[in-house]
Design a protein around this ligand. Sequence first.
Ligand code: GRG
Length: 299
Amino acid sequence: MDLSNDFQSWASAIQQRTEQALDQALPATNIAPNKLHEAMRYATMGGGKRVRALIAHAAGEFCGADASKIDQSAIAVEMIHAYSLVHDDMPCMDDDDLRRGKPSCHKQFDDATALLVGDALQSLAFQVLATPNLHPDASHQIKMMHLLAVASGSRGMAGGQAIDLASVGESLSQTELEYMHIHKTGALIRAAALLGAYSANSWDEARIAAIDHFAQAIGLAFQVIDDILDAEADTATLGKTAGKDANSNKPTYVTILGMAHAKALAQELYESAVEPLKAFDHESTRLIQLAQFITQRGF
Ligand code: GRG
């Protein structure tokens, strides 16, 4: 990957500040119930690419938001994401023993704790977004909470997961697969971008429209790449079990389109994501670099 040093140092600064903000927001392990708090930290901290936090910050910067305000949206989304991974790995769902290169939460602790970790992380995400005066306009702050609730609920991520579980062993069309991923993965990625943008005190609708288009296209590209990596990369590189989808008889972009077409689709989605951003010249550079970072990891 040939992304500039400037992008790499920006990304690692965001990853660091996200880690610090999570550390501050998560209950300490010496507070009861200690085991639950330890497990919440285990599932959330020190791992993951923080793609959703990077998206929130890039979109927020594009709209002129303060980084300290964007942090709160970024960690709220990362908490929802971490909860989804904990629940997804449980035996009643994908039943995976490895996540982010270490034992998945229910393996390290137990099923009941993993269930509670997900529940508590979800509540904490909304607690963070409800922080008094996070936004000067309280009604706008409520809209941000509403946005995250819709994106993570049955009409968003949880609904997408339900469709995913029902699709095992089924043959889906590309449109049906897309519908599932728009909900399962795309909704939260879109929420990360919009919440980052809405962390600004005011914004311009043309920028929001460009960000929304970017987020929807990049959310789908992210999933296409995930399918490519699931088929091509090894477990050590991924930090989770490789080949899991194909072995579980799940439809993927690679099984439906074939590898070459899946890669072509990822490229098309990248081009679509960045198209409306070009009108903003150098102000959208970070978002364009981020789109490259997300799509190039599959090649
Ligand atoms: C359990 C309600 C519920 C939802 C689960 C997102 C999800 C829904 C399950 C994850 C399963 C999965 C592997 C989806 C593919 C795309 C994806 C979200 C990958 C993991 O996200 P990354 O690559 O992970 O951003 P890191 O570890 O880097 O944060």
